[in-house]
Ligand binder design. Structure first.
Ligand code: GTP
Ligand code: MG
Length: 543
């Protein structure tokens, strides 16, 4: 043990000089030493690869995932699958890099080959199905169905299916109550809700499948995911926001000079918006009529940001396809960078989003509610406003970890929303330029308010819940009592009176912080009371 520590120290001091050091050691020691050295080298290489992976730019990550998606297929499978036979069958077309199974309207598999040629070879071997009483649109996509003739033996083990949906609020509450500290609860919440590797791959694959449809009109186009699918704040089950990126069409190898040149004849539209609308209208129709697995297609072309909305059944995703929306991609990158600065940024965003969802402050239906995007910008603004401003040293952040949530609620429970706006470009409150209830300046298009949709009632509910939750977090009774009753963050997810009985005036609520939710919680803690408080007392006495 002592020897390996010695090697370790040497390794870090002088990796290059290790060979010289080996000379002069007993042969037996040399063998042990050499194997320790190669293990250390391998470990260092692994660490370097990990560090390189973690330091990749946002664009590099997107590019890599897009490329992986282009080498992948999505296969609808029968309920019983012999995984080995399935993989052997597909391997005839080339090496398989990765695969996983999941459920969405039945069993499905994502299979990623190591080269694109495998996809071409696979496609050549597949037939368009003969359908009875109907006719098929003969569109050859990478969305396939596996036919398994005859009944399969049930002796083989079923493959593991990867979960693609988030747990319910009740399951989350239960899970969190089993943790030992609130810090652990917030970490556990992020780990439970965040998008998994497989789920992200599936999102990129759906974009790539859509690209194959749009590519019929615009061969140079790319469909890129943005929003919470890529900004690191996505929760399992969130929608897939997509951009039809036509920038590749404008790239040309022809040098501009004074001589002759050619240009394409093009159809002109009244404005950029009108052109976007006509492109999306045609692609929307194409997705509706030719896109396998795409249902409920709606073209919402009059919105501020025109879009095509549809459900992609084989993945279970709700999708919003926009075009000409570069700013949204930039906002996604900005949030991704904020999320990378420190893991606690993500913990805070996930907990605030989860808290807001549990109390219907946010909703999956569009309306006058605060959106997840606005909430995330509010968290960023709050962190910028801290003294010292976020993101201070890691040690300081660790001390702050549990306090941040409480202070977030205090901050917005007392924020002068009536006169001030939130501005993450300046990191300061600004005077509101208009009378909307909530004003959050768009960091890239600074004349726009990203929360224009929010009405006064929704904002009041948010403020009331912030105050209530801040108050609740100040009560020592919220600290861990026992795992069978929700405590800590889990207690904040319990239903509040504000969700049902309407919102009381802010002044009244200030005088009356103990809503019946808090009273009930405290009462329930007291009932277990004699026992749990006594337990806590004796634990303290032991310390
Ligand atoms: P969830 O889908 O709720 O998980 O979060 P999201 O961040 O993906 O939000 P949403 O699907 O509503 O919007 C997708 C992306 O569009 C956001 O991440 C932003 O980049 C952008 N976006 C949403 N709302 C606005 C807005 O009002 N103004 C601007 N400029 N961009 C917006
Ligand atoms: Mg989204």
């Amino acid at each position: 043990m002592a020897a390996s520590f010695g090697v370790c120290r040497l390794h870090f001091r002088a990796l290059g000089g290790l060979d010289k050091f080996c000379l002069g050691l007993e042969p037996q020691t040399q063998v042990r030493f050499t194997s320790t050295t190669s293990a250390l080298k391998a470990q260092t290489e692994k660490k370097t690869a990990k560090a390189a992976k973690e330091s990749r730019t946002f664009q590099a990550i997107q590019e890599e995932r897009k490329e992986e998606a282009e080498r992948s297929v999505l296969i609808s499978c029968p309920p019983k699958i012999n995984e080995k036979k399935f993989l052997d069958y597909l391997s005839k077309h080339g090496t398989i890099n990765k695969h996983f199974f999941y459920n969405s309207y039945g069993a499905n598999a994502v299979v990623e080959f190591s080269s694109r040629e495998s996809i071409a070879s696979l496609k050549e071997s597949i037939n368009i199905p003969a359908v009875e009483h109907e006719a098929a649109v003969p569109f050859k996509s990478r969305l396939l169905s596996l036919k398994w003739p005859g009944s399969q033996s049930s002796n083989h083990p079923m493959p593991k299916f990867k979960e693609q949906s988030p747990p319910s609020i009740n399951e989350i509450t239960q899970l969190l109550s089993e943790r030992d500290s609130m810090d652990e609860q917030l970490q556990c919440l992020t780990e439970t809700l965040q998008l998994t590797e497989e789920n992200i791959s599936l999102r990129f694959l759906v974009c790539s499948l859509l690209r194959d449809i749009a590519g019929a009109y615009f061969p140079e186009c790319i469909i890129r995911p943005f929003g919470s699918s890529v900004n690191s704040f996505g929760k399992l089950g969130c929608d897939v926001d997509m951009i039809l990126d036509l920038d590749g069409i404008y790239a040309t190898s022809q040098k501009k000079g004074s001589g002759l040149s050619l240009e394409y004849q093009v159809k002109r539209g009244a404005s950029e918006r009108a052109v976007t609308q006509s492109i999306l209208s045609v692609i929307g129709k194409c997705v509706d009529q030719f896109g396998p697995g795409c249902v409920g297609v709606q073209s919402i072309l009059q919105a501020r940001c025109p879009l095509v909305r549809f459900a992609h059944q084989p993945s279970g995703f709700q999708c919003d396809l926009t075009a000409n929306n570069r700013v949204a991609m930039k906002s996604s990158e900005l949030l991704f960078l904020y999320g990378k600065l420190d893991p606690r940024v993500r913990h805070l965003v996930f907990s605030v989003r989860c808290w807001a969802r549990a109390h219907s402050i946010t909703s999956s239906i569009p309306g006058a509610w605060i959106t997840n995007f606005s909430l995330t910008v509010m968290v960023v603004f709050f962190l910028q406003q801290r003294n010292p401003p976020i993101l201070p040293t890691l040690d300081r952040l660790k001390e702050l970890a549990e306090k941040l949530l409480q202070e977030f609620f205090e901050f917005y429970g007392n924020f002068p929303f009536n006169k001030a706006s939130i501005n993450i470009r300046k990191g300061k409150e600004q005077t509101k330029p208009e009378t909307t209830a909530l004003y959050i300046q768009n960091p890239f298009e600074t004349t726009l308010n990203i929360s224009k949709n929010v009405n006064a009632t929704q904002l009041e509910r948010f403020v009331a819940l912030c105050r209530e939750s801040a108050w609740l977090l100040q009560q020592k009774e919220i600290l861990k009592q026992s795992s069978d009753s929700p405590w800590g963050f889990a207690a904040l997810l319990l239903p509040s009176v504000t969700s049902g009985a309407g919102v009381k005036s802010r002044r009244k609520r200030k005088l009356e912080p103990a809503s019946s939710r808090i009273k009930n919680l405290l009462d329930s803690l007291k009932i277990k009371g004699g026992e749990t408080v006594a337990k806590k007392g004796s634990a303290n006495a032991r310390r």
